[in-house]
Design a protein around this ligand. Structure first.
Ligand SMILES: [Zn+2]
Length: 87
């Protein structure tokens, strides 16, 4: 699971005469952005790992949806189980 978002970026390499200097920027380069202890962090993702990262992010979103469903249920009174009552 990965908590964050995948961002596509285009950039220049700085070499004179390169196509990027004429406006055809290199890319896309992929970066994963996430929040850690309130700070924004990012990490370069090699192109061959992009599909795996996308999958992990999707898993995280599905986990969050499941978690919010659990949290919603918590607002309701919890029925005591028979085991607890006999104590
Ligand atoms: Zn270039």
């Amino acid at each position: 699971m990965l908590a964050g978002s995948l961002v596509e970026q285009y950039g220049t390499c700085g070499k004179t005469g390169c196509r990027c200097a004429r406006g055809q920027k290199h890319g896309p380069l992929y970066y994963l952005y996430w929040k850690e202890e309130g700070r924004s962090r990012s990490r370069y993702i090699p192109r061959e790992q992009v599909s795996a990262v996308r999958r992990h992010i999707r898993n995280y979103h599905q986990f969050q949806i499941a978690l919010s469903a659990v949290l919603r249920r918590q607002h309701r009174p919890v029925p005591r189980s028979p085991k607890e009552r006999s104590r």
